[in-house]
Ligand binder design. Structure first.
Ligand SMILES: Nc1ncnc2c1ncn2[C@@H]1O[C@H](COP(=O)(O)OP(=O)(O)OP(=O)(O)O)[C@@H](O)[C@H]1O
Length: 260
């Protein structure tokens, strides 16, 4: 890769008491790619993502976004810097509408004094924005933008969460097991959505245990093992059984993949 990584981490260490969740972990995400992160249970994938997205603070190591050191003390700070994370347990509020969910914490105020002094919200503008973003991403099977999120299917909810992440000028979107709770059809939609977001130039980190999904959409696969990056493999040159063998330690990856 000749380009510089948009997001880079070196030597991350995270300990929980006597457990070392991250043990000198490295990470690189390049512009415009879908990078899958795979690893056995307990390998440290979530800890890696939490470190990058400000949800946990590391004990050691460096993280850079666009070449500048970052040190987020909360997920909100990471979001403000352009790193959006969509967790498996979606951070959507079920009783709120799609529009309200998209705008939590960044509502559009009415122009002029109505907005600046009286803090009145511009519902029309927010609805239009939500509708435009969802239809751009082909998510307009949703009937009404004012529908409560609890009335949506799992795939549609995931769609709203991804649309929200894509809508607010994110530099990086991290998706934690986005298809884990979904059926075949819904998973398909979400995979299409992920590819669509990439085609808009937003790089994606996809944490998944689902090998067929990973192999279908990933440009590169980061294999995490025992708290660190073991290797990075090309899904076009490696089989799913290779990936699983590296992940579980049954097979040693080639040197070129380890240096990647
Ligand atoms: N808050 C915590 N307190 C104590 N130990 C933790 C905590 N979070 C993670 N760990 C431990 O750190 C290690 C790595 O966990 P992590 O959740 O990062 O792995 P993972 O690869 O995401 O696993 P999975 O695929 O099962 O979700 C595990 O041994 C786990 O028990």
């Amino acid at each position: 890769m000749t380009q510089a990584p948009i997001l880079k981490a070196r030597g991350l260490v995270k300990r929980y008491g006597r457990v070392t969740a991250l043990d000198n972990a490295d990470f690189d995400l390049y512009p415009g790619e879908i990078l899958a992160v795979i690893g056995d249970n307990g390998a440290g994938k979530s800890s890696l993502i939490k470190a990058i997205s400000g949800a946990v603070q590391v004990d050691d190591g460096k993280i850079e976004l666009e070449g500048k050191p970052i040190n987020f003390s909360s997920p909100l700070e990471a979001r403000d810097a352009g790193i959006e994370t969509v967790y498996q347990t979606l951070a959507l509020s079920p009783a709120l509408s799609i529009t309200d969910n998209m705008f939590v914490g960044r509502e559009i105020r009415k122009p002029g004094v109505l907005g600046s002094v009286f803090k009145m919200l511009d519902h029309k503008a927010m609805e239009k924005f939500a509708r435009d973003r969802l239809s751009e991403l082909g998510l307009m099977t949703i009937q009404s933008i004012n529908q409560a999120v609890e009335t949506l299917s799992g795939g549609q909810r995931q769609g709203v969460a991804v649309a929200r992440a894509a809508a607010f000028g994110s530099k990086v979107i991290i998706l934690d097991e986005p298809t884990a709770a979904l059926g075949v059809k819904e998973s398909r939609k979400v995979l299409e959505l992920i590819q669509d977001v990439r085609s808009r130039g937003i790089p994606i980190v996809l944490i998944s245990h689902n090998m067929p999904h990973v192999f279908e959409v990933a440009d590169r696969i980061h294999v995490h093992r025992l708290g660190k990056r073991l290797c990075v493999i090309d899904p076009k040159e490696n089989s799913m059984s290779d990936a699983v063998a590296y992940m579980t330690g049954a097979k040693t990856p080639p040197e070129a993949a380890v240096a990647a």
